[in-house]
Design a protein around this ligand. Structure first.
Ligand code: T4K
Length: 455
């Protein structure tokens, strides 16, 4: 089993020395891209699962085994559904084996067909779930400030084939819900939300989960509340919830008869127990995520050309994603160059959701090429950095040091990158060692002189 990288609180000297290479980076050849030891001994992941309540979890698993109810609406499943519904202040929660199936079930239950308008800036599952049901996802741009679906563009995309709009609360930022509801009402369309990033986030102080016709959550291992695999549809509509329960169970109704074509979308009792234990630790995880965000802001805030997106503090947020943007002109390196260099250092940043659904081979050619300028611009500069319980302030300081080192020596690095063969675009394939020059500004200089602002 892999040793944990960092403790939740301040790591001990021993754990620090195990997790970070203390060898200072003062020359080009010190960067792992050119043969130096990676800054992190073990990879830092964006989606490292938050493992909490181990003892309680084992007890709950034991209880599941003893109960003889491993699936099919057993007590653990009901408990998890009730806990989610209570947390989000919504009448019904229908838990599923994952969110992709939950999206398909809700599309089916609402009898969507033809076209559904969604943002291209999302995980491919949003589009795939519709396409899998024979529905054409029509890709809308996002607004450049919220990064959620652009309501004006949505309206221009409505056709006689449109049956629904599905917004995505990207990285926990709520869509412009009232405007979307107004449009949906005007054109008699269904309104859904992919809320996979937004568990525990609020809009106008009301939890996401009860807006539109229904909302969908993910409890995948990489989500801050996780069941290993899992998802849920939440809604205030009793009939919809009943139909979803039937559809996720092969079409069986309470009378034991198969009334329609269904599938197996059930969540197991083990996943429900894991989700429930994870949920019980929600406050602890959110507070750790927030403290990571503050640390990132402290180390990254003063670096020119890289900035952090900060959720509105007027609303409740889960701070599940650390979203940075790189301006290549000011930073000196492109997002892809930084992404490559960080990954070599074992900081496995992500470019969510590059290249955008509208550019995926699965959707290219299905409809006329679309121009989504905001989406394309965001996807050229976004960089998601590791967070969650496995990341602490020490790791974040090291990431900050690396970024400062990169920007201070950007022109040398850029030249070396152009001279060094062996790159797959953006992804490290092989590391070609070259003898690099001593860099003009050692990182220690910045460490000593950087002003630190906390905001
Ligand atoms: N809608 C939206 C907006 C979504 O973001 C998602 C899922 C969905 C719908 C569909 O939900 P589900 O059907 O999955 O419930 C990950 C997740 O797999 C995916 O669930 C998530 N969104 C997406 C944002 O992230 P990938 O392809 O980026 O990464 P993955 O799964 O390979 O893992 C990410 C990192 O985490 C890696 O560095 C490895 C690490 N990891 C992962 C797992 C599973 C671990 O360290 N331990 C683990 O157990 O998709």
């Amino acid at each position: 089993m892999e040793a944990p990288l960092f403790h939740h609180s301040q790591p001990s000297v021993e754990s620090r020395s195990r997790s970070v290479n203390t060898y200072p980076k003062t020359e080009l050849r010190d960067l792992a891209r050119w043969g130096g030891p990676p800054a992190f001994v073990n990879p830092l992941h964006v989606g490292r699962p938050n493992v909490v309540g181990r003892e309680a979890l084992l007890r709950r698993f034991q209880g599941v085994l003893e109960s003889g109810w491993l699936s099919n609406d057993g007590p653990e499943l009901r408990r998890f559904e009730e806990e989610v519904a209570r947390r989000l202040d919504v009448r019904h929660c229908v838990a599923t084996c994952n969110a992709t199936i939950a999206l398909q079930l809700v599309a089916r239950a609402l009898e969507l067909s033809g076209e559904v308008i969604i943002p291209s800036l999302t995980f491919p599952a949003t589009a795939h779930a519709l396409a899998w049901q024979g529905i054409t996802p029509v890709f809308a741009d996002v607004s450049s400030d919220s990064w959620t679906i652009d309501v004006e563009h949505v309206e221009s995309l409505i056709s006689h084939r449109t049956t629904a709009i599905m917004g995505v609360h990207l990285f926990g930022t709520p869509c412009r819900i009232e405007r979307l509801q107004e449009i949906a009402n005007r054109y008699r369309l269904r309104l859904l939300f992919d809320a996979c990033h937004a568990f525990g986030c609020t809009h106008n102080e009301r939890y996401l989960g009860s807006f539109g016709d229904a909302e969908v959550f993910s409890f995948h291992a990489t989500k801050f509340i996780n069941a290993g695999e899992g998802g849920a549809v939440t809604t205030n509509n009793f009939d919809l919830a009943q139909r979803l329960r039937r559809l996720r169970n092969f079409g069986f109704d309470l009378d034991g008869e198969v009334h329609e074509v269904g599938l197996n979308g059930k969540m197991s009792a083990f996943a429900a127990a894991a989700g429930s234990v994870s949920l019980a630790h929600m406050e602890e995880i959110v507070s750790h995520n927030y403290s990571n965000l503050v640390d990132y802001q402290r180390v990254i805030g003063p670096i020119p050309g890289i900035c952090m997106r900060r959720p509105s503090l007027a609303e409740t947020n889960n701070f599940q994603y650390i979203v940075a943007e790189i301006d290549p002109l000011r930073f000196g390196l492109t997002r892809d160059e930084v992404f490559l260099l960080l990954r070599c250092e074992n900081c496995l940043a992500r470019r969510y959701f590059f290249p955008g659904c509208h550019r995926l081979p699965a959707y290219l050619g299905a409809s006329p090429p679309v121009s989504l300028p905001s989406t394309d611009a965001i996807l050229d500069r976004v960089l998601i950095l590791p967070t969650g319980l496995s990341i602490d302030s020490h790791a974040i300081s090291v990431i900050g040091d690396l970024l400062r080192f990169m920007t201070a020596n950007a022109s040398f690095i850029r030249e070396a990158l152009s001279l060094t063969p062996g790159d797959a675009p953006g992804i490290p394939r092989e590391f070609v060692r070259i003898e690099g020059p001593a860099l003009p500004v050692p990182v220690s200089h910045y460490l000593d002189t950087m002003p630190v602002h906390l905001s």
